[in-house]
Write a protein that binds this ligand. Structure first.
Ligand code: RIB
Ligand code: CA
Length: 307
């Protein structure tokens, strides 16, 4: 198996935790770096959360702190979903210290060292944008950018915008314009990965390890979503990881995608041209449908191998 050299930029975050454990449990991914931004909660929480998530899995992957705010504008968290601590009140043992340095520098160092790196973004895109904007030539070493971001129908932080895109639309614009393959897991995709009590129970029953147990406890603590009649909630970030592990679970469509950076009600809205109406060349691969049962079976099977 050719392992895919990758990094994950994250704002843990309940769903980020599950995504990180899924990546760590998957031999297809050669995870070299985890970079952290403020997002769901402030960097003062997302950084220790990332350290604790990797520590529970016994991972020595470097964790490097990055942006505590967007490129422009003010930082805004989303504690309604993730709780004030970012993990829904689940307390994990403290993880190893963060690696000194700045996320954007660590990303550039990895891109210089490796000819093909997959960048996985599951939070506001500030760190990755800073890396690529500082040294644009390094984009040639980017194999693919996989993002949980955006929505082509309805938003989740405003009526028009999804949280990661809305948190730093200028950063997302840098990634969409960098000329490298971008894969988008939008809210319409992640809505198909609906976490229900039955699915949490199946996950919990899949194994005996501490990571699996913590994942189930974290999911137990996420409030059911009004958007889904309180039947459950979408599991956003692991969808981005699953694309790299089992692309057969998805159908895709090449699209032109852009993001609104103007102030006002549409700021952060992702403009996804699914039908080629703009005549603009495709710059992204949209993940359209998901085999949800296959996704949750993959998740359970992988997390079950973690300690
Ligand atoms: O809108 C969902 C996204 O915003 C997820 O990545 C979640 O963790 C938050 O970062
Ligand atoms: Ca996230």
């Amino acid at each position: 198996m050719t392992r895919r050299v990758c990094l994950i930029d994250t704002d843990p975050g309940t769903d980020d935790a599950i995504a990180l454990w899924l990546a760590l449990a998957s031999p297809e991914l050669d995870l070299r770096l985890v970079t952290v931004a403020g997002g769901n909660v402030g960097l003062d929480r997302t950084l220790p959360n990332a350290r604790a998530i990797l520590g529970l899995a016994g991972s020595a992957v470097p964790v490097v702190a990055g942006a505590d705010r967007p490129l422009l504008g003010a930082f805004t968290s989303e504690t309604r979903v993730h709780g004030a601590d970012g993990l829904g009140g689940v307390v994990l043992p403290e993880g190893p210290p963060a690696t000194p340095g700045i996320a954007a520098d660590a990303i550039r160092d990895l891109l210089r060292a490796e000819s093909r790196v997959t960048l996985i973004g599951i939070g506001p895109a500030t760190n990755i944008a800073l890396a690529l904007a500082t040294e644009p030539g390094l984009a040639a070493h980017v194999a693919e950018i996989v993002l949980m971001t955006g929505a082509w129908a309805e938003g989740n932080i405003t009526p028009e915008a999804e949280f990661n895109a809305w948190s730093d639309p200028e950063a997302l614009a840098v990634l969409l314009g960098c000329g490298r393959p971008v894969t988008l897991a939008t809210l319409e995709l992640t809505a198909q990965a609906l976490v229900t009590p039955a699915r949490v129970a199946a996950l919990r029953a899949a194994g005996q390890g501490a990571c699996l147990a913590a994942a189930a406890r974290i999911l137990d603590g996420v409030p059911p979503s009004r958007r889904f009649g309180h039947r459950g909630f979408p599991l956003h970030d692991p969808c981005a990881i699953a694309w790299l592990l089992a692309p057969g679970l998805f159908t895709t469509r090449d699209v032109h995608a852009d993001v609104c950076c103007a102030p006002g009600a549409s700021r952060g809205r992702t403009l996804v041209d699914r039908w080629g109406r703009t005549g603009q060349a495709a710059n992204a691969r949209l993940l359209e449908t998901l085999d949800a049962d296959g996704f949750f079976a993959l998740l359970a099977g992988r997390l079950a191998v973690l300690r």
